[in-house]
Design a protein around this ligand. Structure first.
Ligand code: UD1
Ligand code: UDP
Length: 349
């Protein structure tokens, strides 16, 4: 791999949500000399990676093709890369293993670390991403929480210097692409449907949880469209669990197709972080199939409610209540990438 030695800023991404959320900022940064997008390759399937680079019109300057979510291996590869470049600044997003490994690698080579989407907390340390968030925030030199609430959570951990509330990058990308997503409708969709996504370790790795999911879904009287994350697909196959007949399972959707599905659904049920955010931006009611969320703003605005799968009451009743929800506020700001670019320029010059 031929590596440019004079890079000033390296942005790290490794999974589907990072490609999506970083896309608008990366487009702006690439107009700036000496920026590179480093992709770890944690997500590697075409429908979790390439389709997003194509649709969002960015491409990685370097792809490490790590093909793993092992933090140690990801970090080792990134240290190798960063040692050759020694960029003064490294940007990481969110809470995945790629982000944690990128943050550790950046600190090891002495770069200044900027954490985008800092300060999110669900206050449950059994959630692997929660530990990653806390570690990344504690190592970061500059922190960009999306909201005042996330900034407050950082303050509770005595992190108060170099903290800038920026809004959430998801707003820019989902607003821009939602406008052109209308051409992405599938002919085989039910005329009215609920949308479902599910991939979190605590929900899909245990057969008992998956059985609970199936039971709750079967009790819902609406059709449900379910683009299935590979982790969930593997688990369903491994445990021989079938989905009920009201569920239409499809392959993971590209971003335009997913936004079409989200814009046109009656309601979304999810355990995804990004989907909770997009739901409120696009004014779709959301039920989060977890016992916690780090997207407090959406819960406080009543656009989102929690429904852990082990609850004994009926998910169908909660669906009926949430279908009547009207959403009128977006807590995540507007034109976020531009604000962030200005801030990064100020920091780096
Ligand atoms: C990862 C993140 C999670 C994030 C999610 C976004 C960690 C620990 N988890 O979870 O925070 O919400 O991405 O989607 O970083 N697989 C494929 N093809 C792929 C990627 C994964 O088939 O392109 C399958 C593999 O069997 C793999 C499994 O999915 O073992 C899980 O992938 P992994 O990257 O470990 O975690 P995610 O569940 O995707
Ligand atoms: N998404 C997508 N296709 C799908 C499911 C989700 O494009 O089939 C997008 C979704 O719009 C959001 C992002 O993927 O922007 C969320 O990623 P994911 O749920 O995998 O991760 P999380 O946000 O929970 O980390």
């Amino acid at each position: 791999m031929q590596i440019e030695k004079n890079l000033e800023i390296v942005t790290i991404a490794g999974t589907r949500p990072e490609i999506i959320k970083l896309s608008e900022l990366v487009q702006l940064l690439s107009g700036w000399d000496n920026h590179a997008l480093l992709y770890t390759g944690q997500h590697y399937s075409d429908n979790m990676k390439s389709i997003f680079f194509d649709e969002l019109n960015i491409k990685p300057d370097y792809d490490l093709r790590c093909d793993t979510s092992d933090v140690g291996k990801l970090k080792e590869k990134m240290v190798e890369f960063l040692r050759q470049v020694r960029p003064p600044y490294v940007l990481v997003y969110g809470d995945t293993n790629s982000s944690l490994a990128g943050a550790l690698a950046a600190k090891e080579v002495g770069s200044t670390l900027v954490h985008i989407e800092a300060g999110l907390r669900c206050f449950d340390l059994n959630v692997p991403e929660e530990k990653a968030r806390i570690q990344i925030d504690s190592m970061s030199n500059y922190l960009f929480p999306p909201t005042e609430l996330a900034k407050t959570f950082l303050k509770y951990e005595q992190i108060e210097d170099n903290v800038f509330v920026t809004g959430n990058l998801v707003v820019d990308v989902c607003r821009r692409l939602a406008k052109i997503a209308d051409e992405q409708g599938r002919k085989d969709l039910p005329s009215e449907y609920l949308l479902l996504t599910m991939h979190r370790q605590e929900n899909v790795d245990e057969p008992a949880r998956l059985e609970l999911l199936v039971k709750h879904l079967a009790g819902i009287k609406h059709k449900i469209v379910f683009p299935i994350h590979p982790r969930t697909k593997n688990s369903l196959a491994k445990y021989g669990i079938s989905l009920p007949p009201n569920v239409m399972a499809i392959e993971p959707a590209g971003y335009l197709e997913f936004l079409y599905l989200l814009k046109n659904c009656k309601l979304v049920m999810t355990d995804s972080g990004g989907v909770q955010e997009e739901a409120i931006v696009l004014k779709r009611p959301c039920i989060t199939l977890r016992h916690v969320s780090e997207r407090w703003e959406t819960l406080l605005l009543k656009a989102n409610v929690l429904f852990p799968l082990y609850r004994r009451d009926s998910l169908s009743d909660v669906v009926d209540t949430m279908l009547a929800t009207k959403i009128d506020r977006n807590p995540y700001g507007e034109d976020v990438a531009k604000t962030m670019l200005a801030l990064i320029k100020e920091i780096a010059t």
